[in-house]
Design a protein around this ligand. Structure first.
Ligand SMILES: CC/C=C\C/C=C\C/C=C\C/C=C\C/C=C\C/C=C/CCC(=O)SCCNC(=O)CCNC(=O)[C@H](O)C(C)(C)COP(=O)(O)OP(=O)(O)OC[C@H]1O[C@@H](n2cnc3c(N)ncnc32)[C@H](O)[C@@H]1OP(=O)(O)O
Ligand SMILES: CCCCCCCCCCCCCCCCCC(=O)OC[C@@H](O)COP(=O)(O)O
Length: 416
């Protein structure tokens, strides 16, 4: 079922977004609830004060904001004990990302199957690794996070992410404190900052996986066509299921994390029966079936020379393309299934926030709606609608039909 680009305001999808924004929204309202003494006899002034207070603090909020605020509080700790600050931020970050994992695993019941060899399986979660993952789906990040959760590296997982994502409320703000590496996808500007950010991770106190979507953007037919024209110009084999990988980010990552990271996890993701999963689908409880094929490649087998490393990555993507062909023909990836069990912690963390925060919100919303003041009721509706539209905008960040223009033209054609 393809979700319409823009759902009518009161559709089921937006109801879910409204519910979820409720869960994210209530800490500020909860704090307002206490600070404004709302249990006091209700009159126009109180309601006005409360709504003005909310309007002043009107930010995309939720329990995620509470965690962002707590992350902010760790700032004074950084110059005193950076490693402790990092460990605290990993756990705070876990509390946000594990909610999306709980959404995928328990709310939508999506099945995540891992194809990998048992020997490599024993090392997952026990070493730092660079993950090279194809970028074809809208919920790549949720599936990635699920596997991070199952191997105990969710709080500390890293990614080379586009700078635009750093502005996404809660998730983007959380990533600053997790020292995620952001890039503008303009190598001349990125070179320095990416290298510096990577070097900064060399003394990271927690085991982490560093994710690279080497294609740099989600797969679309148009971007694939342009990308294959570039491949032809470079004399490289065409790829059927992938965009041509950008090699500079991968090479600098290997170069600067050599000694910190021991392996590359070549990961190829697909979904059964040609499913095209969406975040809205997950929010609406739709069950998907993710299959991930992972090969552990020791880092010291990857060439140090830049051009050889680039050639190595192109060859890796040719192999990934063959795995996708195998999957399309047989419905499975090569090799044995070694499935890590899903963890209860993500569910318990989510239930904790729901139990703690939804009750005060319901109480407050009820009081606002029953306040007898038309102005209060209207403001409450407008406020909730605004937050719901905000959450819908965030969900839109994952939708491929709203994707960026990056890769829609051949950079070399432009430079000539
Ligand atoms: C056991 C379980 C294992 C694994 C579990 C799976 C996952 C768990 C792992 C981790 C955590 C999970 C989740 C993390 C949470 C969230 C995930 C968030 C996702 C967001 C990610 C993004 O934002 S992706 C976008 C940003 N990232 C990137 O772009 C990375 C790839 N890009 C690069 O590396 C680039 O090199 C760059 C960005 C550093 C610089 O890009 P730029 O374009 O400026 O320069 P390039 O040199 O790359 O480009 C020029 C070269 O490209 C050729 N070219 C030109 N046009 C095209 C074209 N249209 N298509 C292809 N190629 C093109 C051009 O010819 C140049 O070639 P050269 O040979 O000269 O290099
Ligand atoms: C239970 C509580 C949970 C409430 C859920 C409410 C919804 C919150 C939604 C948050 C969404 C945050 C998305 C961050 C990760 C998106 C990763 C991604 O897909 O980035 C795209 C880039 O890689 C490439 O971009 P393009 O060049 O293809 O364009």
């Amino acid at each position: 079922m393809h979700y319409m680009h823009f759902n009518p305001i009161f559709s089921r999808d937006n109801f879910h977004a409204l519910y979820l924004s409720a869960e994210w929204l209530c800490p500020i309202i909860f704090l307002a609830y206490i600070s404004q003494g709302i249990h006091a006899p209700y009159d126009e002034t109180d309601a006005l004060l409360l709504l003005t207070a909310q309007r002043k603090k009107k930010v995309e909020t939720g329990n995620g904001i509470i965690i962002n605020l707590l992350q902010l509080c760790t700032l004074p700790l950084w110059p005193i004990n950076k490693q402790l600050a990092r460990k605290i931020n990993c756990r705070l970050g876990y509390s946000i990302s594990s909610q999306l994992v709980a959404l995928l695993e328990w709310w939508s019941g999506t099945e995540c199957t891992l194809y990998t060899d048992p020997e490599s399986y024993k090392l997952y979660g026990k070493e730092n690794a660079i993950v090279v993952l194809n970028h074809n789906f809208e919920i790549d990040f949720m599936t990635g996070w699920t596997f991070c959760e199952r191997f105990g590296v969710l709080g500390s997982s890293k990614v080379l992410a586009k700078k635009e994502l750093s502005f996404v409320p809660v998730i983007g703000w959380m990533w600053y404190f997790l020292e995620i590496v952001f890039c503008k996808r303009k190598w001349e500007e990125d070179r320095k900052t990416v290298v510096q950010s990577l070097r900064n991770l060399q003394d990271y106190p927690e085991k982490f996986w560093f994710l690279l979507h080497c294609e740099g953007t989600r797969f679309t037919e148009k971007k694939h066509k342009i990308s294959m024209e570039v491949a032809e110009k470079k004399g490289l084999p065409k790829l059927k299921y992938h965009l041509l990988p950008r090699t500079k980010g991968f090479c600098v990552t290997v170069q600067n994390l050599r000694g910190t990271v021991t392996a590359v996890y070549d990961s190829t993701l697909n979904f059964r029966n040609n499913e095209m999963p969406t975040l809205l689908g997950v929010l609406n409880g739709k069950k998907y079936h993710a299959d991930l094929y992972v090969r552990r490649i020791p880092l010291d087998t990857i060439p140090e020379d830049e051009s050889e490393c680039a050639a190595w990555l192109h060859k890796l993507y040719q192999e990934k393309d063959e795995f996708q062909e195998h999957y399309r023909q047989t419905g499975r990836f090569p090799g044995p299934i070694t499935n890590p069990p899903r963890q209860l912690w993500a569910l318990l963390n989510w239930l904790f926030w729901v139990c703690l925060l939804v009750y005060p919100l319901c109480m407050l919303l009820l009081q606002l709606l029953l306040s007898g003041s038309t102005f209060t009721v209207v403001c409450t509706f407008v406020f909730c609608l605004a937050v719901s539209v905000g959450i819908r905008w965030m969900i839109g960040q994952t939708e491929i039909d709203k994707s960026s223009n990056y890769g829609n033209k051949d950079m070399q054609m432009n430079n000539n």
